[in-house]
Write a protein that binds this ligand. Structure first.
Ligand SMILES: [Zn+2]
Length: 225
């Protein structure tokens, strides 16, 4: 059964051709990617992911499929690049088209609190932002003046100076724990939006900003870089 899976129908003389086809397609991909003008890949926008998917499939299939002449995929590769160049050019002329293709940068944190505007967005994923902020050594939201989610999925961050740091919602799991405000002393932070309540009395019922009812102890530690 294993032999069937591995060898069934394989023609040995085609194996050498596969080797040659793979080298050829690999060189072609390199040429096409150089022509795209991109400098290498860190983060991709959705539009670029779509382009890469198109390129990948066109480049991979002829490596091992005898009935596909390499010239077909050469045409596909260059068509995709022409399309990429054209759409990139058109997007540079029109902000509307850019937003349509790639979305907009989104404000995540403003003045030490999660932006509620952003939270209403259906694809808001708080966990993701927590980990993204932790990656940038942010211990709590009180250290952050502004955080933007860029269209390529990376996060841009402006910090408060040490003397401006205020109480904020802790982002690391050792401190992000639900507490009962009546049983301790403030300030407290709303676990959903980061709103600060100075005393247990201020937390009564729900958060005045987002309406949620879970609180944790706020912290105001300085940034350690
Ligand atoms: Zn809240």
């Amino acid at each position: 059964m294993f032999e069937k899976l591995l060898l069934d129908g394989a023609q040995l003389d085609f194996l050498v051709e596969i080797f040659a086809r793979t080298i050829l397609m690999f060189l072609l991909i390199l040429i096409v990617l150089r022509l795209s003008g991109r400098r290498g890949v860190r983060q991709l926008t959705l539009f670029e992911v779509a382009i890469i998917l198109g390129l990948g499939s066109a480049a991979g299939d002829p490596m091992f499929q005898e009935e596909i002449p390499v010239i077909y995929s050469v045409v596909v590769l260059f068509s995709v690049i022409v399309l990429y160049k054209f759409i990139t050019w058109a997007a540079s002329k029109s902000d509307k088209l850019t937003h349509l293709l790639e979305g907009k940068a989104m404000i995540i944190v403003e003045e030490g609190m999660f932006s509620i505007e952003g939270n209403r967005n259906a694809d808001f994923s708080q966990n993701e932002f927590f980990s993204e902020l932790r990656n940038q050594s942010v211990e709590h939201l009180g250290q952050v003046r502004l955080a933007l989610l860029e269209v390529d999925g990376s996060m841009s961050l402006l910090r408060y100076e040490d003397q401006e740091i205020r109480y904020g919602l802790p982002l690391f799991p050792n401190a992000y724990k639900k507490v009962q405000p009546e049983e301790g002393s403030g300030p407290f932070a709303c676990m959903f939006c980061g709103n600060i309540a100075q005393t247990a009395k201020d937390t009564q019922g729900h958060c005045k900003r987002c309406g949620k009812e879970e609180w944790t102890k706020a912290i105001n530690t300085k940034y350690v870089g």
